[in-house]
Design a protein around this ligand. Structure first.
Ligand code: ATP
Ligand code: MG
Length: 256
């Protein structure tokens, strides 16, 4: 049975999609069977996996609204060697349309049941909002991975996210826990980064992943080639860090 992880942070541009795509590809390189679910109407994870979001006949939107099942919608990322449940702009409509539906928070969870035994990992790339879409991600997941930049304002939104996760845990998904905070876009030359990083460690202890993802331009360049960074330039520092993070996750799930 797949372990299911949400990559979430309601702050925009903090590295959620970069983490989801590169963790998916990194895990695939470690021979793990991976499904990456794109839960963001921006469709960035879809594009980053080398799938053209404009060409899709069906997306996660149809799955959430019960018009199709995952087997009919998933596509394979040839570049990343993992499966993708893709998204594009049409997903924005689901936010409103799902409100009317029964079990509206658990549509994604129910949909995953069909394929959960085909994968070791299902990763969900969440949009930058604490919306009904993100709620579907949190209800479907065993755990949350929170990418964070080590800067002054990073901690500000964290309490809202942690409170949301606590509420979902209490009311909707007793399985849910924070797996860890992932320090991303890390610049070791900045004193502030070092300070925030050690603050995170002293505050959250072993909830902070050991792996630190450096700021690395190769990770930012890769999506324009439709390639995960770990495939685009495997020797780069950013790619190496995501491979290491994949290994850390494989270890983590052994104890779950
Ligand atoms: P959104 O909230 O819009 O979904 P996001 O949290 O998914 O954004 P990304 O799209 O992963 O964030 O990253 C934001 C930008 O930062 C992108 O241009 C990405 O290429 C770049 N980026 C992410 N991680 C790194 C890194 N480690 N080094 C350099 N650039 C990075
Ligand atoms: Mg994103």
């Amino acid at each position: 049975m797949a372990k299911i992880f949400c990559v979430a942070n309601q702050k925009g541009g903090v590295g959620k999609t970069t983490t989801a795509v590169n963790l998916a590809a990194g895990l695939a390189q470690l021979n793990q069977r991976v499904l990456l679910a794109d839960l963001d109407p921006q469709g960035n994870a879809t594009m980053g996996a080398g799938i053209n979001k404009a060409d899709l006949k069906a997306t996660i939107y149809q799955v959430l609204l019960g018009m199709s099942d995952i087997k009919g919608v998933r596509v394979t990322s040839e570049t990343g060697k993992f499966d993708v449940l893709p998204a594009n702009r049409e997903l924005a409509g689901a936010e409103v349309e799902m409100v009317e539906l029964e079990n509206r928070e658990k549509r994604l969870k129910d949909a995953f049941a069909l394929v959960a035994d085909e994968y070791d990992f299902i990763l969900i790339d969440c949009p930058p909002a604490l919306s009904l879409l993100t709620l579907n991600g949190l209800c479907a997941a065993n755990g949350v991975i929170i990418p964070m930049q080590c800067e002054y304002y990073a901690l500000e939104g964290l309490s809202d996210l942690v409170n949301t996760i606590k509420k979902v845990h209490a009311n909707l998904n007793p399985d849910l826990k924070i797996i860890g905070l992932l320090r991303v876009m890390f610049d070791p030359r900045m004193t502030l980064s070092q300070q925030v990083s050690s603050e995170l460690e002293s505050h959250f202890g072993d909830k902070v992943f050991k792996t630190v993802i450096p700021r690395n331009v190769r990770l930012a360049e890769a999506p324009s080639y439709g390639l995960p960074g770990v495939v685009f330039d495997p020797a780069s520092k950013g790619a190496q860090a995501y491979i290491e993070f994949g290994a850390e996750m494989v270890e983590r799930i052994k104890t779950m």
